[in-house]
Design a protein around this ligand. Structure first.
Ligand code: MN
Length: 231
């Protein structure tokens, strides 16, 4: 069972890289399937290169559970502090996808503009490290920085991070992958729409109805993405 979780997490890393969400940076985690007080995350690697044997276990304070000499991602607190704050969250992706970043550096609001974009939910909060921490190198490396981000995320699915990127969560790894890929696709389409005219966003009622994706749709999308990256 744990091997299956390692395999799925490694595959999610490669899917999110292949679909253009992650490049050399960004990371994907999964809450430990048998111990909610731990999470799984790769050693420091470009996500496209992650294999099951690269996955390590961490406590929710983001210290290593076990022994390894591997180098680790600097921004692990993003994952640990969100898992601590949100018992419903089972998987997380932190990324710097350019289309999302555009909404982290401008005053245009990211809004769901299609059926798939509704997976972002009613509200996409924006976290600014300046508010609590002033000038930093923009990396989240301290527990309090992760906690501040988790507070901004609140009960939502996506949080934008000013001048940095975004973090997306889900109740399972397939659902998180679906929300991540489609929130980035929504940002790309919204940018194109802004170039040609005004943006016609979903109504709150449409977001509510379209945002609850059926498990069959998530499974179909996961199988499609997996088929594109399978070695
Ligand atoms: Mn980052």
């Amino acid at each position: 069972m744990i091997q299956e979780a390692f395999d799925k997490l490694a595959l999610a890393n490669r899917i999110l890289a292949y679909e253009g969400v992650l490049d050399a940076f960004g990371h994907v985690s999964l809450r430990h399937p048998q111990d909610p007080g731990k999470y799984l995350l790769s050693r420091s690697l470009a996500p496209s290169m992650v294999r099951s044997e690269d996955i390590l276990e961490f406590w929710l304070d983001s210290t290593l559970a076990g022994v390894s000499n591997a180098s680790l991602y600097a921004e692990r607190v993003i994952h640990g502090e969100i898992y601590a704050a949100r018992p419903d969250v089972m998987a997380i992706c932190h990324h710097h996808a350019p289309a999302m970043l555009t909404f982290c550096i401008s005053d245009k609001k990211l809004v769901p503009i299609s059926q798939m974009g509704a997976v972002m939910g009613q509200h996409v909060p924006i976290w600014d490290s300046q508010a609590d921490f002033g000038d930093t190198n923009l990396l989240l490396v301290k527990a309090e920085e992760g906690r501040s981000l988790a507070t901004s995320l609140g009960p939502n699915w996506v949080v934008l991070m000013k001048r940095h990127g975004a973090t997306c969560v889900g109740r399972g790894i397939e659902e998180m992958t679906f929300r991540t890929i489609h929130s980035v696709a929504n940002a790309e389409t919204q940018l194109r729409a802004l170039a040609v005219g005004t943006v016609d966003a979903l109504t709150p009622g449409e977001i509510e109805k379209a945002g609850e994706i059926k498990p069959l749709a998530i499974e179909r999308a996961w199988n499609y993405w997996a088929g594109r990256v399978r070695d």
